[in-house]
Design a protein around this ligand. Structure first.
Ligand code: GLC
Length: 557
């Protein structure tokens, strides 16, 4: 280890969902030139790095997580030259750039898969994917009982070149996302080249998609009890504390030991490059001590803390997940990460006020039970973020949360695009509600998302009031709260600090000292008297030295 000074140990990393961030050419789809144009706004916000969800060549059946060419840009988003401009300008502003790597599966339109279909059973080309013979007298049944994360079965049968029903291929996600066979050295070799391609271009790292899924148990055994299908291994997104101490029996396609060899190999490759380039794991595994395996010193640098994301707004639950996180990641010398929202979950300005269980990935819509009160949701979100940004380690933000955006619940059915919506016959709404293009200017077409009225998902009219230009300079706005929190976080060096819990505020309060800052979060409804010390930040305006419910303050210690 080189000490604790690497940038990623303390970084605030802002997730850009390119489709929905900024649209330069007015086609209703965000693009790289749009991102470049808005980088100064991110510098002003005070983040350290951006992570971009996929912009690669793709038929967009899963919003770009179905990649048809890992080394090119989809024309929807621009060109490699646009990428280079964006990267240079980000670096000039002191912002690092992490790209998304999708190694578990390709698009079914990837030339490798097309070649596999054409080459037929037993070929080298089929050996790059998970093709198997079906069960039953005529191979008419899938090879095992696995279910897709998006709903439905995880196997699709192909028609062979001679027109007869043939082998089946595995897809843990949509039919258009065939899983690669990571036991095949050829696949490993291709990905080393893909990593090098982007490292040579100057990226600062990779967020690795489905980093817990790439190796499947030998023999592809049935999984009992059958997988619910909707969760990526995580649990309830609302009511119950998310940390468990016992590892649940792993599904035969998640968290297999063999994945770690892949990351050791990649780490060696990254180590040959100058600068601190990083790997960040999207690994939905339980408990946190298991997640920490992904960030052992010779593997990845960071892993998303989904246990934290799934923790309800409850002081005791927050206390224990924070302790468990610091302990698990600390035990392997990695920083803890923290995250409350991303492009796969209900935005936390809505999620934290849901009153019925809502499984990760299922999403919410008009018919969902227990829909949130938006005022309560935003208030809790502001308090929850104020708590998160005071924690030591690295935090992830998802575009639009700095504006207090809620989940869009009432998207018209015919606007929805998430494969989950289609694969479950509209039973699960899926993730479109957190992916709506974000508002920049109240009085511009598409609220400044782009130069035209177009927007690939419709924006709610209320979003005019949440536009960036309305919030900037308003001390009570969510944008100014985030900006202040990020500034104070830097000034007080909170990311390199430690959590020292403080008692005496009652069961609904989580309170701790981090260096010279005292953080008090009231997750209940009863007001709590505040101790002395200058108020550095408050998630709601205060009336005297009393902390109302659903509010977090930072005090000078
Ligand atoms: C990851 C992505 C998600 C995508 C899935 C399949 O979970 O975050 O958006 O649908 O992988 O690639």
């Amino acid at each position: 280890m080189t000490g604790n000074t690497e940038w990623w140990r303390t970084a605030v990393i802002y997730q850009i969902y390119p489709r929905s961030f900024a649209d330069a050419n007015g086609d209703g789809m965000g693009d790289l030139a749009g991102i470049t144009s808005r980088l100064p706004a991110l510098e002003q916000l005070g983040i350290d790095a951006i992570w971009l969800s996929p912009f690669y060549t793709s038929p967009q059946r899963d919003a770009g997580y179905d990649v048809a060419d890992y080394c090119d840009i989809d024309p929807l988003f621009g060109t490699l030259a646009d990428f280079d401009v964006m990267l240079t300008q980000a670096h000039d502003l002191g912002i690092r750039v992490i790209v998304d790597l999708v190694p578990n599966h390709t698009s079914s339109e990837h030339p490798w898969f097309q070649a596999a279909l054409a080459a037929g059973p037993g070929s080298e080309e089929r050996g790059r994917y998970m093709f198997r013979e079906g069960k039953g007298d005529n191979g008419e049944l899938p090879p095992n009982n696995w279910e897709s994360v998006f709903g439905g079965g995880a196997w699709t049968r192909v028609t062979e070149a001679d027109g007869t029903p043939g082998q089946w291929y595995l897809h843990l996600f949509d039919t258009t996302q065939p899983d690669l066979d990571w036991d095949n050295p050829w696949v490993r070799e291709q990905f080393r080249d893909i990593l090098s391609f982007w490292l040579d271009r100057g990226v600062d790292g990779f967020r690795v998609d489905v980093a817990h899924g790439m190796i499947k148990a030998a023999g592809l055994p049935d999984y009992f009890p059958p997988v619910e299908g909707g969760s990526m291994g995580g649990g309830s997104a609302t009511l119950e504390p998310a940390i468990s101490t016992e590892p649940p029996a792993p599904a035969p396609y998640w968290a297999q030991d063999g994945v770690h060899d892949i990351y050791r190999d990649w780490r060696e490759l990254l180590n040959t490059y100058p600068g601190d380039r990083i790997l960040a794991a999207e690994a939905w595994v339980d408990p946190l001590s298991q997640v920490a395996k992904w960030v052992r010193p010779d593997e990845m640098h960071q892993a998303f803390n989904f246990a934290y994301l799934e923790t309800p707004w409850n002081a005791a639950a927050l206390h224990s997940v924070i302790d468990a996180s610091l302990e698990a990641f600390g035990a392997v010398g990695a920083p803890s990460t923290w995250v409350l929202s991303n492009h796969d979950v209900v935005r936390h300005a809505s999620r934290l006020a849901l009153t019925a269980e809502n499984l990760q990935g299922h999403g919410i819509g008009p018919k969902t039970p227990g829909l949130p009160d938006p005022v309560v949701g935003l208030r809790r979100a502001r308090a929850a973020t104020s708590l998160m940004l005071a924690l030591p380690g690295s935090s992830y933000l998802y575009q639009g949360e700095e504006l207090g955006l809620p989940e869009v619940i009432d998207l018209p059915d015919d606007a929805r695009q998430d494969p989950t919506w289609f694969r479950t016959n509209h039973e699960r709404y899926g993730r479109d509600g957190c992916r709506v293009p974000i508002p920049w200017e109240a009085n511009s077409p598409s609220y400044g998302f782009g130069p035209s009225e177009q927007s690939w998902l419709p924006q709610p009219t209320e979003w005019a009031d949440l536009a960036r230009d309305v919030q900037i300079g308003d001390p009570n706005s969510t944008l100014e709260l985030y900006t202040l929190a990020l500034k104070l976080r830097r000034e007080h060096n909170l990311a390199l600090g430690a959590v020292e819990w403080l008692d005496g505020y009652g069961a609904d309060v989580a309170a701790f000292r981090n260096g010279d800052v005292i953080v008090i979060a009231n997750t209940g409804t009863e007001p709590v008297d505040l101790p002395g010390g200058d108020i550095l930040l408050s998630s709601e305006p205060l009336d005297g030295r009393v902390l109302p419910g659903d509010t977090t303050v930072w005090l000078a210690a």
